[in-house]
Design a protein around this ligand. Structure first.
Ligand code: MN
Length: 440
């Protein structure tokens, strides 16, 4: 776990004025990472750090030789096309770069003019997925989501007996993880036979859904056969992003037994370009709780800091903008708000459980948290819950209604951390629009 240091001081102000705006996501206390280049250019992608409405170009920082020691080494690694090398350098290097950037971007810094020359406006940038993702694992860490979904499939027995003992997960697909702004086609596939037929249907999915999740980027990995202990797990995590695990709810029930979800999940996953580091999130770590009547974590999933700082207080929101809204110039409308602190299993428990059998993680591996539904229905992280399996459509302000997503719908995820005594930090946005299915 991280302790608070000078980079978290809520009194810090940046000479990049937009970073000091009330409600800014990319304050000087945040300093998240992305891979970017100038929009429409043939430039190589390279790492960048957000400050206000600007990006600090790490390739420019490295070339100018602005930093020394571990911070210089980290900036050099961050100059590469993807962030894997930086992620693999480990926490001391990440912290050194964060401290150097924090000092250089502060109001009154002697490095202002040198760093000013390394800025690229975010409005001129395009992004790639921040790392080469070797493996993607999706978890299922919201007990509310697991219970709501389970109740639709098994009304008498919604939560399976393993849920409260194991952070449930499955191996997902890395090749179709897209960065925000990448639109994708509605998937087609097999669905259950209609009443009176024994042949499954085939066609475009009619039950396309979202899953509001956080993505977890692994920093340093572990050698195969060497599990990561709970007490060490935070140091193996580089940071968090927003993640939308699009799901075809009609393809899923026909295919998911006995080996789990497959084509209902692997056609597209959208992540935000910005990765907020675990160090930036330190002021927002908060107590983890487990109802007394529930099983307590097995010893390998327990450590003293779990109970004091295991959870993370991240506020989350899902917004929708339909084609009709876009045509009318209407801004995206809020559908769902919730908070990551409701999760039943923590980031550290996911890392430790994933490696307890000797499985090796690598820099740039991605975890999904699982759909982050909160305790009440208006905090549901997916339409399948919000509409109770499609039975109760959601009505939008312009009179349109939705049970499942329609072509032209754009979904925006937002996330931020805010409380008294700490600086606000945010994740920016994770957005994609549904394109019509391929014909045939
Ligand atoms: Mn998921």
């Amino acid at each position: 776990m991280y302790t608070l240091n000078e980079t978290h001081d809520p009194a810090l102000r940046s000479w990049v004025a937009s970073a000091n705006d009330a409600g800014a996501d990319f304050t000087i206390q945040n300093l998240p990472f992305a891979a970017f280049r100038r929009k429409g250019s043939a430039e190589a992608f390279r790492g960048g750090v957000a400050i206000g409405d600007q990006i600090v170009d790490l390739a420019a920082v490295a070339q100018a030789g602005l930093f020394s020691g571990a911070a210089a080494e980290a900036a050099q690694a961050g100059a590469e096309e993807r962030l894997n090398t930086l992620m693999g350098l480990g926490q001391p290097a990440w912290s050194a770069l964060r401290l150097a950037l924090s000092r250089g971007l502060r109001a009154g810094s002697e490095q202002q003019s040198a760093l000013q020359a390394c800025l690229v406006p975010q409005q001129d940038a395009e992004y790639s997925v921040p790392a080469r993702i070797g493996d993607y694992t999706d978890f299922y860490t919201s007990v509310y989501h697991a219970t709501n979904i389970g109740a639709q499939f098994r009304p008498d027995n919604p939560l399976l007996p393993n849920y409260k003992w194991i952070p449930i997960g499955y191996h997902g697909r890395a090749s179709s993880v897209n960065v925000s702004g990448t639109d994708f086609r509605r998937p087609q596939g097999q669905t259950r036979p209609s009443e009176g037929s024994s042949t499954p249907n085939f066609g475009a999915s009619q039950r396309l859904d979202i899953e509001l999740e956080l993505g977890i980027f692994i920093g340093c990995g572990n050698a195969q056969g060497e599990p990561i202990a709970m007490a060490d797990a935070t140091q193996h995590v580089f940071g968090l992003c927003l993640l939308n695990d699009w799901s075809a709810r009609d393809i899923q029930p026909w295919e998911y037994q006995p080996l789990g979800p497959f084509l209902s999940k692997n056609f597209a996953t959208t992540i935000s370009p910005w990765v907020v580091t675990m160090e930036a999130l330190a002021p927002y770590r908060t107590a983890f709780t487990r109802p007394e009547a529930d099983p307590q974590p097995l010893p390998y999933l327990d450590t003293p800091t779990l109970w004091t700082q295991g959870a993370v207080d991240v506020q989350l929101e899902v917004l929708v903008q339909t084609q009709q809204m876009r045509d009318a110039g209407q801004a995206p409308e809020s559908l769902i708000t919730t908070n990551y602190r409701h999760a039943y299993w923590t980031i550290e428990q996911m890392v430790t459980h994933h490696t307890v059998n000797g499985c090796n993680l690598q820099p740039g591996d991605l975890f999904g948290s699982g759909t982050l539904s909160g305790p009440t229905l208006d905090q549901a992280g997916a339409l399948i819950e919000l509409t109770t399996g499609g039975k109760n459509p959601v009505t939008l302000a312009n009179g349109e209604s939705r049970t499942w997503l329609l072509d032209g719908d754009s979904i925006v995820l937002r996330g931020w951390c805010q409380k008294d005594g700490a600086a606000r930090i945010g994740f920016g946005e994770c957005e994609a629009t549904i394109l019509p299915a391929r014909q045939g």
